[in-house]
Every structure is written in structure tokens, then in C-alpha cells.
Design a protein around this ligand. Structure first.
Ligand SMILES: NC(=O)c1ccc[n+]([C@@H]2O[C@H](COP(=O)([O-])OP(=O)(O)OC[C@H]3O[C@@H](n4cnc5c(N)ncnc54)[C@H](OP(=O)(O)O)[C@@H]3O)[C@@H](O)[C@H]2O)c1
Length: 345
């Protein structure tokens, strides 16, 4: 598939070797299948169609989001489109997570044979002849990153994958991966309240010419301005166990949101738009993935592209929510332990 961006959404380029032109906002599809409670299938498909029509070209998924559900949903949405629209889509797929029948996470598999196997199944579910960007979701601690990236490079040579990405890895792993094969982008959490990449990881990506696709830009809804503390969550919702959504932490974090709301209202934009625009303003090499599951939320997110933050706006936002202001880690402890990006080098 080739990307033909719609004029309304600007283009950014992921990485330099070679650069991958994508829409300045990507659509993260995870919540349409998993982790954020029930989603409406028809609305999900309509949201995917509207995103592509609006000029979003980058769609992000994982083969383990709903154990294949998310890829099949994207495949279904693409099948219902004209060739022109379908060809705009660039699909970024994460693999490697091992799931149980009950939906638990059992670990990660980055062995070369597993990479081939995961890709074969993904291509079937997506109904495409290649994956645009392929990456392991978390490093397999038993397999050197060189072997996993080398296996994806074999898929690139065979024409099944176009580009190699990384996910939630730290500076040393980024360097080792980049020494193995060209890397288009690192996918990692980054938002006003998750700024851990600024010290070391972002500079290393910039030094090596690797783009950054950021998730959790709204901190999973927490800083969207729409989060209600009494929202009922089903047992598998990520936020039931997320430290930032618990008790005093939640109260503190929603207090930060109110300081952002005051700034957003002054400028006539929504809190979500302010938070997305802040990430967009952090650099042309950064592409926020927004987890919009409905056309309404998508429309709000797209509105962030029209928000220009000047130096005064950025200073006001920084003063309202300084780095490190959030209460609670961004993942529960057992999931933090899987994050190569959180290991100090
Ligand atoms: N590499 C990784 O480790 C990793 C990890 C997590 C996610 N990801 C990828 O990144 C994507 C984005 O992450 P995310 O979904 O956690 O990010 P997010 O955009 O921070 O959070 C999405 C949540 O925010 C809420 N929201 C409120 N207003 C919104 C708006 N205008 N636009 C979008 N969402 C709004 C949505 O709630 P309602 O729909 O309930 O309103 C949704 O539950 C995922 O879909 C996935 O593809 C990658």
C-alpha cells in the first residue's frame, strides 16, 4: 500500500533511512477491540473509514489486541473501501505478546521462527499482502533484539514487511536494533504526564534518525477532559489496575486536568485538543497515535491539528502540568517490569 495523504491532514516523516511519510496523527485501534471496555463494531468501522477519508494514513494495531480481533476488524474495514482509500492506509502491527484463553498476558516471544509465524497470521487476518511497519510489542528477555529485528529484516527482504519499528525500548536497545537494520520509528508512551523519553530516549532517536510514534497521548483517557471519576469499568479494562486511575492518584491527576481545562477554555479548544497539540508541538519527528473509537472522538482529535501553541501557551501548559506532576506509575508494577524503556542504562 502506498500513502496518499489527504490535504487536510499534514504529513510527517518517520525516520530517515528511508523516511516513511505518514499523517501527522495516527489512529490507534486497540480500544476498538480490547482493554477499554466494550466497543461498538459498526462505529469502529465507521471511525476507521472516516479517519482514512479525513486523511489519516497511519493505523496502529497489535495482533494480540483482542487475540486477532483488531486485525480482523481493520481487514473488514479496508475491504469495504474504494481502492483509493484502501491504498492510503499504512498499517503498523505489533506482535510478540503471548495470551491465554482467559485473556491474560503470558510473556513475549521474539524468536525468529515466532516472528515468521506471527506475521503469517497477521497477513491473513488483515487481508493484505504486506505489513507496513512491524515491531515486537515488548522485548523478549530470552532473545537478543538483533535476532528479532534480523527476523523482521528477512521479512522486509521477502516483501512481506516494508519497515521495522520498535516499541517501548530504551536507549541501548535502540542502538543495537539500529545497528542491525534500518528502523523507521519507536512507538512509546508520551504525553504531558508521561515525559520519561525526554532525557535519553528521544535524543537517541534523533541522533539515529528514528521517528517516534507516541501512544497514551491522552493518558488512556485520563487527561482527555472527559474522564469521570465514577465511570464504571469492566474487569478487563486496563484502567481498573492502572495506578494513575486509583483513589488519591486519580483525584490528584484529575486536579491537573482542571488546570489544563482553564488554559484550554481560554483558547477556545478542548482539553484533549490541547494535550494532543502539545505532543504535536514537541517535534516534527513525533507522530501522536490517538485512540479514538468513535467518529465524535476522532473529530475532536483531528481538531488538534488546527491548534497552534505559541511560546506563551507552551509556558502556561508547562507551568500547569510540569514534568513528573502525575501521581502513580503509567503501568502496574508487573507490566512496568516488562518495559525495556524503563531500565536505566
Ligand atoms: N506500543 C505500546 O506499548 C502501546 C501501548 C498502548 C497503546 N498503543 C497504541 O496506541 C494507541 C493509542 O493509545 P491509547 O488508546 O491508550 O491512547 P489515548 O488516546 O491516550 O487514550 C484513548 C482513550 O482516551 C479516550 N478519549 C477521550 N477523548 C478522546 C479523543 N478526542 N480522542 C481519542 N481518545 C479520546 C478514549 O475514551 P472513550 O473511547 O471511552 O471515549 C479512549 O479510551 C492504541 O490504540 C494502540 O494502537 C501502543
Amino acid at each position: 500500500m502506498t500513502a496518499t495523504p489527504h490535504p487536510a491532514v499534514p504529513t510527517r516523516t518517520l525516520g530517515t533511512s528511508p523516511g516513511v511519510p505518514v499523517s501527522a496523527l495516527g489512529l490507534g485501534c486497540m480500544g476498538m477491540s480490547a482493554l477499554y471496555g466494550a466497543a461498538d463494531r459498526e462505529e469502529s468501522v465507521a471511525t476507521l473509514h472516516t479517519a482514512l477519508e479525513a486523511g489519516i494514513t497511519l493505523l496502529d494495531t497489535g495482533d494480540f489486541y483482542g487475540m486477532g480481533h483488531n486485525e480482523m476488524l481493520i481487514g473488514e474495514a479496508l475491504r469495504g473501501l474504494s481502492a483509493d482509500l484502501r491504498d492510503r492506509a499504512l498499517i503498523s502491527v505489533k506482535f510478540g505478546a503471548l495470551r491465554s484463553v482467559e485473556g491474560g498476558f503470558l510473556g513475549y516471544d521474539g524468536r525468529p521462527a515466532a516472528v515468521q509465524n506471527f506475521a503469517a497470521y497477521s497477513l491473513q487476518r488483515l487481508g493484505t499482502d504486506h505489513i507496513d511497519i512491524y515491531r515486537i510489542a515488548r522485548v523478549d528477555p530470552d532473545v537478543p533484539i538483533e535476532e528479532t529485528v534480523g527476523a523482521i529484516a528477512d521479512l522486509v527482504r521477502a516483501g512481506h514487511v516494508r519497515h521495522i519499528g520498535l516499541s517501548e525500548v530504551g536507549a541501548d536497545t535502540i542502538r543495537r536494533a539500529a545497528a542491525t537494520a534500518p528502523i523507521s520509528d519507536l512507538q512509546i508512551e508520551y504525553s504531558l504526564i508521561s515525559r520519561g523519553i525526554e532525557e535519553e530516549i528521544l535524543p537517541v532517536c534523533r541522533e539515529l534518525g528514528i521517528g517516534v510514534t507516541t501512544y497514551g497521548v491522552l493518558s488512556r483517557g485520563l487527561i482527555s477532559g472527559h474522564w469521570q471519576p465514577d465511570r464504571a469499568l469492566d474487569a478487563r479494562d486496563f484502567r481498573t489496575a492502572s495506578p494513575r486511575f486509583q483513589g488519591d492518584n486519580l483525584r490528584h491527576n484529575l486536579g491537573l486536568v482542571e488546570t489544563l481545562r482553564a488554559i484550554a477554555e481560554e483558547r477556545g479548544v478542548s482539553v484533549a485538543q490541547l494535550a494532543i497539540a502539545w505532543v504535536l508541538a514537541r517535534g516534527e519527528d513525533i507522530v501522536p497515535l490517538v485512540g479514538s473509537r468513535t467518529r465524535k472522538r476522532l473529530s475532536e482529535a483531528l481538531g488538534a491539528l488546527d491548534v497552534t501553541l505559541d511560546a506563551g501557551d507552551l509556558a502556561a501548559i508547562e507551568a500547569a502540568v510540569p514534568a513528573g506532576a502525575a501521581a502513580g506509575d503509567r503501568y502496574p508494577a508487573e507490566q512496568m517490569a516488562h518495559l525495556d524503556s524503563e531500565k536505566k542504562s
